[in-house]
Ligand binder design. Structure first.
Ligand SMILES: Cc1cc2nc3c(=O)[nH]c(=O)nc-3n(C[C@H](O)[C@H](O)[C@H](O)COP(=O)(O)OP(=O)(O)OC[C@H]3O[C@@H](n4cnc5c(N)ncnc54)[C@H](O)[C@@H]3O)c2cc1C
Length: 378
């Protein structure tokens, strides 16, 4: 009987994990099943460019079920309960599934309800619908004060807010609106980014481009009537257009199943990715509470580790490697420049600042993603 690997979630992490594991194992040894509830797979990094109408969003979306390699079973359903003690998972469609290995890759969700006034007034670009809404808003914008930020930590892809801010500066210049616009960037910690050498670079660039920064700004509430955003620290900033990344939490099914920390994330071993003392329950992607960036690239490196480990386990081999927390993230910084950060638990970030190559790398990343990375090839 093949070992049954059940993967929950059909986003970046679940798909990469399933496809990589399929490459590493034979169907005789391992049966792979993915359960997920996304009809389409949206390449989220494109949301920044879509907001500025620089990309046709149709190229950033593919039907989910087409992205799985031959030999991966895909079930379109919603997971409603996970019982790790009894190795079983229930779904909304009435399935009761058992597994030998469970891999949770359910990502996270937005919780705008955590911020009073958020839903009535804030815009963002963290999913396709909102990026398209923001695109319309920016097209109609004729000047004023734009405030950009993230309501709290953690969020997916921490560099995305500064990437958006730099592109906004370029976009407004291009449309002859920069002189008529104040750009304010608010950030929750006492710096403009979490990584010191990147923060120095970002801060200098923002100063050069006349972008006003407000640090130690955790959003408490938004007053849509008077167009003001209020921080927990007591500062208030008014706006004409507010671009605010909503708070994130792990999925409800994770909390309801008793697997989550206070933020709804799964507490996994940072080097082995297993949940508590279970050696057959793992989490990958944004669903974990690991101290590395919530990024597609993180999901890729985690899947690389875990597919090798499960392949070794199921074929009677020993696998002594550890997951080292690798991350690679490319963002554009405007005016045909980009930056790629590489780091892991042990090595501080190395960054290639102001790189033209990284700028072009970002432009073709959806193609690379759909044709190789999500397929488990890269
Ligand atoms: C604007 C933006 C820019 C970004 N830029 C980059 C970048 O440049 N580089 C980078 O590496 N990363 C980037 N990211 C981050 C990256 O997109 C995410 O980290 C990645 O998508 C996380 O993958 P995941 O599979 O963990 O979560 P998701 O992709 O969110 O997938 C989770 C899946 O689980 C499914 N699911 C959830 N609950 C259930 C349930 N109960 N039952 C069944 N299915 C369920 C969901 O439908 C979803 O398909 C960016 C993100 C954004 C928003």
């Amino acid at each position: 009987m093949p070992a049954r690997v059940l993967i929950l979630g059909d986003g970046d992490a679940g798909t990469i994990m399933a496809n990589k594991l399929r490459f590493h194992t034979s169907r005789k040894d391992v049966e792979i099943t993915v359960v997920g509830n996304s009809k389409n797979h949206y390449f989220k990094p494109d949301g920044v460019h879509i907001s500025f109408n620089m990309l046709d969003y149709k190229k950033s979306v593919k039907p989910t079920e087409f992205l799985f390699n031959y030999g991966v079973n895909y079930i379109a359903d919603t997971v409603t309960a996970i019982d790790v003690a009894n190795h079983s998972v229930k779904t909304a469609g009435g399935k009761n599934m058992n597994y030998d290995y469970l891999i949770i890759a359910t990502g996270d969700r937005f919780t705008p309800e955590d911020i009073p006034g958020y839903s009535e007034s804030a815009r963002h670009f963290y999913n396709l619908d909102h990026a398209l809404e923001l695109q319309k808003e920016l097209k109609a914008f004729k000047g004023g004060k734009i405030v950009i930020g993230q309501a709290s930590i953690p969020i997916m892809c921490p560099p995305a807010p500064y990437e958006f801010t730099f592109l906004l500066d370029e976009y407004l210049n291009f449309h002859g609106l920069r002189d008529k616009t104040e750009i304010h960037y608010v950030y929750p910690i006492n710096s403009v980014f979490t990584i010191p050498n990147v923060a120095d670079y970002i801060s200098k660039k923002m100063e050069e481009r006349g972008i006003i920064t407000h640090t130690l700004f955790n959003v408490d509430s938004i007053d849509p009537k008077n167009k003001k955003v209020q921080s927990l620290e007591g500062e208030s900033v008014d706006y004409d257009l507010l671009v605010m990344i909503p708070p994130h939490r792990g999925q409800k099914v994770i909390s309801d199943s008793g697997l989550a920390d206070d933020g709804g994330y799964i507490n996994v071993d940072k080097n082995r990715l297993n949940y508590k003392d279970y050696d057959n329950v793992f989490a990958v992607g944004d669903a974990t509470n690991l101290p590395v960036s919530k990024a597609g690239a993180t999901a890729h490196f985690e899947s690389q580790y875990l597919s090798n480990k499960i392949a070794a386990d199921t074929s009677g081999n020993v696998y002594n490697e550890l997951y080292e927390g690798d991350v690679a993230c490319t963002t554009v910084t405007g005016y045909e420049k980009g930056i790629t950060l590489f780091f892991n638990y042990n090595k501080p970030p190395r960054a290639n600042f102001d790189s033209k190559f990284d700028y072009f790398l970002k432009w073709q990343s959806a193609d690379t993603f759909f044709s190789s990375m999500v397929r488990g090839i890269a």
